[in-house]
Design a protein around this ligand. Structure first.
Ligand SMILES: Nc1ncnc2c1ncn2[C@@H]1O[C@H](COP(=O)(O)OP(=O)(O)OP(=O)(O)O)[C@@H](O)[C@H]1O
Length: 281
């Protein structure tokens, strides 16, 4: 059980994120095309879609790491032209942490870079470590923590920059099933406490139903776009056995299954496509 320290953190106000007709190419390869999404301030949006459709590419463009070739992306009404303190990214791998720094130094890194005083750095780091339930680990090094704990440090480090939007690229993909479940519950709690807007990429339909306000399903690539957007009108914390959750899971499986089969057919893997169809039945 995570020991969560009550904090006096001000609610960080989420920022709205808007994609307007976004297209991204790698040389002559059109990865995504005509993506339009209006994500409200404080909303939790999950991006689901077949493997290789362009979820990470879109998320990286939202983070300002990848240039948009058509259309535009904006945060809080300002066009995204590169990395921006308003946009925080949590990666799948906790290798993103600095192994030679203590947990506290890792979380204080952003405030230090923006010139906060030493006392303010420590205060912010401890506040956010409290929020993710890891204040007691502040003096340890990342290598001394479990995978789930390292991911919580990553989340605290991003939140210490007080971004309006947190972008998460399959952050729990490398964790075992049990730790993953704990992290999903933690994410729900941390997101509500922080008030940030979250865009969360996942392969996992159940994870999306557990966390999202809305789920955007992408088509198979190349030139992937948004196929459908599902609101998740279920009370939190979510009950996966709620009949509405069961029905939503069925719809999402069908919707994504169609795209996976299309992708397999396009790759000439028709036998695999037939097998996938049979698995769905
Ligand atoms: N730097 C790059 N150069 C060339 N092609 C790229 C580059 N990055 C991604 N792609 C291609 O763009 C497409 C989308 O890749 P992306 O990683 O965004 O998909 P994804 O939906 O996140 O996949 P997965 O679910 O398997 O992680 C793929 O065909 C990939 O090969």
């Amino acid at each position: 059980m995570t020991e969560v320290v009550e904090t006096a953190l001000p609610k960080v106000r989420g920022a709205a994120l808007c994609a307007d007709g976004v297209g991204i190419r790698f040389d002559s390869f059109q990865a995504v095309q005509n993506i339009s999404l209006d994500i409200a301030a404080g909303e939790f949006l999950c991006l689901l879609g077949p493997s290789g459709c362009g979820k990470s590419t879109l998320l990286s463009a939202m983070a300002g790491f990848v240039t948009v070739d058509e259309g535009s992306l904006s945060v809080g009404g300002d066009r995204i032209t590169g990395p921006d303190p308003e946009l925080g990214m949590v990666f799948q791998s906790s290798e993103a942490l600095f192994d030679w720094m203590t947990v506290r130094q890792n979380v204080a890194f952003g405030p230090r870079m923006r010139g906060a005083s030493r006392a303010e750095q420590t205060k912010l780091a401890d506040e956010y470590l409290g929020l993710v339930g890891l204040r007691h680990c502040a003096d340890r090094f990342p290598g001394q923590l479990s995978g789930g704990m390292r991911q919580r440090v990553q989340i605290a480090r991003v939140l210490a920059n007080e971004p309006g939007v947190v972008l998460m690229d399959e952050p729990f993909g490398a964790l075992d099933a049990q730790t993953r479940q704990v992290m999903q519950e933690e994410t729900d709690r941390i997101w509500r406490a922080s008030g940030c807007t979250v865009v969360f990429v996942t392969h996992d339909i159940d994870e999306a139903i557990l966390l999202a306000d809305r789920i955007a399903v992408m088509t198979a690539g190349p030139a992937a776009s948004v196929k459908s957007v599902y609101p998740v009108d279920l009370p939190r914390p979510r009950d996966e056995d709620d009949p509405s959750a069961v029905e939503l899971r069925r719809q999402l499986r069908e919707d994504i299954g169609e795209e996976v089969r299309k992708a397999l057919r396009d790759q000439g893997l028709d036998d695999a496509s037939r097998d996938a169809e049979e698995d769905d039945r």
